[in-house]
Design a binder for this molecule. Structure first.
Ligand code: DLZ
Length: 160
């Protein structure tokens, strides 16, 4: 029996708010760069397609996903951005620290969201193997970078 593939990044383009005039910081990890670059590029493409100006998108790289906390924190504290997207990829097979890194990044980014007014979007892919990460970074399950961009657009458009 054929398995129905589900694009996890599916969204209704008619319901995505414009990002015109909005400033977005994207911090991305170099670890598993084949994946994180594809996620970053997906996020940039979707932001541009929805009205964000190229000069209003700032990219910053950090060595690994754990450093996303620091990078996102610096971006948020700078007060230059309307939202910050944090992109990383942790693969279970690669590290016995898998759970520690995932929990650390999740807790660190969550804390920023409750402490500061700039929304931080969670773009950390956590998978069992490389193929699963490929499938979610422009493969059969879409691109989580697109999804992060759409999330950022919604969060920036909302009157809180
Ligand atoms: C050390 C490490 C390992 C083993 N695996 C990953 C990974 O799969 N994905 C990732 O983004 N980073 C990994 N890192 C690096 C850590 O995130 C961090 O850069 C180092 O522990 C230094 O703080």
């Amino acid at each position: 029996m054929a398995t129905k593939l589900h694009n996890l990044s599916d969204y209704n383009p008619e319901k995505v708010p414009s990002g015109k005039g909005k400033k977005v910081g994207i911090v991305y990890a170099e670890w598993n760069y084949e994946i994180t670059y594809a996620l970053r590029d997906g996020a940039v493409k979707t932001l541009l397609a929805n009205g964000v100006n190229e000069e209003d998108i700032t990219l910053a790289s950090v060595p690994g996903s754990f450093e996303l906390i620091y990078g996102a924190s610096q971006m948020v504290k700078s007060d230059k951005y309307d939202s910050v997207i944090a992109i990383g990829c942790v693969i279970r097979g690669d590290t016995p620290h898998f759970d520690y890194i995932c929990e650390g990044v999740t807790a660190g980014l969550s804390k920023l969201n409750t402490k500061y007014d700039t929304p931080v979007i969670f773009g950390l892919i956590t998978t069992n193997d490389f193929q699963q990460a490929k499938d979610r970074s422009g493969g059969i399950h879409g691109n989580k970078g697109d999804e992060c961009a759409v999330t950022a657009l919604h969060m920036m458009a909302q009157e809180w």
